[in-house]
Design a protein around this ligand. Structure first.
Ligand code: PXP
Length: 237
């Protein structure tokens, strides 16, 4: 079964626009679970422009499904993750100023750094995932550095899909095979949507998890959260 982890950053962005607690992101996360999400993802950034550190602490004891915290492993992030102990941590190479993650790690260049960070999380019993492009060499170095999983950066797939689905998926199938060959788990995320998710899943059925935020929360404006989550889950069957 491929799990659906709902990224709730966008919900926090709406809340922060007014300074109060509407929408209540803890309630939204619990409702996502109730409607069928298999996990919740958050990306606390140093400027707290969407998810705040306090949100991460508030969510941890209340969630019933898998909690995934993603972010750049700066000292404050490592400290937060070690304190909160989520089920999974996803390492993303983005600078604090970036709008969103827009590339995978160069796991060869940053091998030493990643090995040290992964060691800390592995020793704390937190499953680790490293965000990478669909590139066998990057996946191999992530595995060697100690990652339990890689998360494939799917933005290039999503962009190429409407014109040529076969060409769009090809490098991702190869990368997914490389991960399977190495015996590590496989996640995927970025710009996955109701348009492109089922085709991705059908071609890479051994995918462990997808992490989806922007398109899912946007679809929920029209369909409501419950129906939207049901439709995303249907794409993973
Ligand atoms: N995976 C990672 C590592 C991300 O940084 C993001 C964006 O926060 C996502 C998945 C979700 O991407 P999207 O919001 O486009 O669904």
């Amino acid at each position: 079964m491929t799990k659906l982890s709902v990224n709730i950053n966008k919900v926090a962005t709406i809340r922060n626009a007014r300074g109060g607690n509407v929408p209540d992101i803890v309630q939204v996360a619990l409702d996502c679970e109730k409607f069928g999400a298999d996990g919740i993802t958050v990306h606390p950034r140093p400027d707290e422009r969407h998810i705040r550190r306090a949100d991460v602490y508030a969510l941890r004891p209340l969630l019933h499904t898998e909690f995934n915290i993603e972010g750049y492993p700066a000292p404050e992030f490592i400290d937060l993750v070690l304190k909160v102990k989520p089920h999974q941590v996803t390492l993303v190479p983005d600078e604090p100023s970036q709008l969103t993650s827009n590339s995978g790690w160069d796991t060869k260049t940053h091998f030493q750094f990643l090995s040290e960070v992964l060691d800390e999380f592995n020793n704390a019993g937190i499953r680790t995932s490293v965000f990478v492009a669909p590139d066998a060499e990057m996946i191999e170095h992530a595995a060697k550095a100690g990652a339990d999983r890689v998360e494939l950066y799917t933005e290039p797939y999503a962009t190429a899909y409407p014109k040529n689905p076969e060409a769009a998926i090809a490098p991702f199938v190869e990368a997914a095979k490389a991960a399977r060959h190495l015996g590590i788990g496989l996640n995927a995320g970025h710009d996955l949507s109701l348009v492109n998710l089922n085709y991705f899943y059908k071609n890479i059925s051994w995918l462990d998890e997808v992490s989806i935020g922007h398109a899912l929360i946007s679809d929920a404006l029209y369909m409501g959260l419950e129906q939207t989550i049901r439709e995303y889950k249907n794409c993973l069957r």
